[in-house]
Ligand binder design. Structure first.
Ligand code: SF4
Ligand code: SF4
Length: 350
């Protein structure tokens, strides 16, 4: 289904963003120490909606926070009482601008696990109350491989509103979902510049083709899925993961990783329970109460990471647990690339 497309220029886009910020609780990439993270903003000058992908954290923490207080409790002579549960600060109606395509796509992947055997109502409510405005990249960064995975970047509908910097110098604003279509009706000034579909579609396609031609990394994900399912015992996992320092950074920045731990911090009679990110690369992740750890070696943990993303999630939910954003590789302190790992291990399949 195609929705309306509007054409504008840099000034028009700026006015569009300003109107969004004025009318809505808005989140956007905000720079700190050279990197960008999605924060609440009240003025366009506080953010850069076109922040470079290699320096921008994902939007996942706006739906699945890095560490969140679940509750506070107090031990009394009568037992333990819940003292306080916080109102969800991320549950209100809001808009994200400057989201990357891969980040928006990652939420569609996470929707599957969060609405599977247990419905995570916090995640679902945050999803339902958020409008995602996403700018398609103009150029792939060095570790990007989103165009090689099991979703079509050109026709992606993971964002509600799509912004495209056309190769003709014009800027295109297109609704991608019913929610996005309804949202754009709040901005009547852009409706003066509506474009017929027979002009909009070729302009968007031309930009996509120019963008797709900039990718250094390409792979056949079906072949990787098939071959990886046969290489559980490959010695390649050991050599490829030998430099890993198990810092978990790759999982913490990944827009699709969703492991978490529950921890209690107690001082005297008062405790706080947190839900925080965890990672299968963490040596203690599978440590059991009796002391047994089925993944004591890092190659086993890396094997789990690679196979979960490209075999197990696919078997259960029908798609890869990776959107090819390259964020794990940009952030890894020892330069381990998931693209190289899955491709090199696949090559060992008979
Ligand atoms: S595994 Fe790496 S490339 Fe894949 S989605 Fe996660 S951060 Fe992006
Ligand atoms: S970021 Fe790199 S070093 Fe850290 S756990 Fe991931 S692969 Fe290992």
């Amino acid at each position: 289904m195609s929705f309306e497309t509007f054409v504008t220029d840099k000034t028009g886009l700026q006015k569009f963003y300003e109107a969004i910020i004025e009318k809505n609780e808005t989140y956007a990439p905000v720079e700190k120490f050279g990197n960008f993270d999605f924060k609440r903003i009240t003025r366009l000058s506080e953010c850069n909606p076109e922040s470079p992908i290699e320096k921008t954290r994902s939007i996942k923490p706006l739906f699945f926070p890095r560490s969140a207080k679940v509750m506070k409790y107090v031990a009394t002579s009568a037992g333990t009482e819940i003292a306080e549960t916080d109102k969800d600060p991320l549950a209100g109606k809001r808009v994200i601008i400057g989201a990357k395509h891969c980040d928006a796509r990652a939420l569609q992947v996470l929707d599957k696990v969060y609405s599977w055997d247990y419905i995570d109502t916090d995640f679902r409510n945050r999803r339902q109350n958020t409008v995602i405005v996403s700018t398609r990249c103009d150029k792939a960064a060095i570790h990007c491989f989103c165009t090689s995975l099991d979703y079509d970047v050109e026709t992606l509908d993971a964002m509600d509103v799509l912004i495209v910097n056309g190769i003709d110098g014009k800027i295109y604003i297109r609704a991608k979902t019913e929610k996005g279509n309804a949202f754009l009706k709040n901005f009547p000034t852009i409706h003066d510049s509506q474009l017929p579909e027979n002009e909009a579609a070729p302009a968007l396609k031309a930009q996509y083709e120019a963008f797709a031609a900039t990718f250094r990394l390409q792979m056949n994900y079906r072949e990787v899925n098939e071959k990886l399912s046969k290489v559980f015992d490959s010695p390649e996992f050991e050599s490829l993961s030998s430099n890993c320092i198990s810092c978990n950074t790759c999982a913490f920045v990944c827009p699709t990783c969703h492991c978490f731990k529950i921890s209690d911090e107690k001082v005297k009679d008062t405790g706080v329970r947190y839900k925080s990110y965890d990672s299968c690369n963490n040596g203690y992740f599978t440590l059991m109460a009796g002391g047994h750890n089925p993944r004591p070696a890092k190659y086993r943990r890396w094997r789990q990471r690679a196979l979960h993303k490209f075999v197990y999630y696919k078997e259960r939910f029908g798609e890869n647990l990776c959107v090819g954003c390259g964020k794990c590789t940009f952030a890894c302190p020892v330069n381990i690339s998931i693209f190289e790992v899955v491709n090199q291990v696949s090559d060992t399949a008979m």
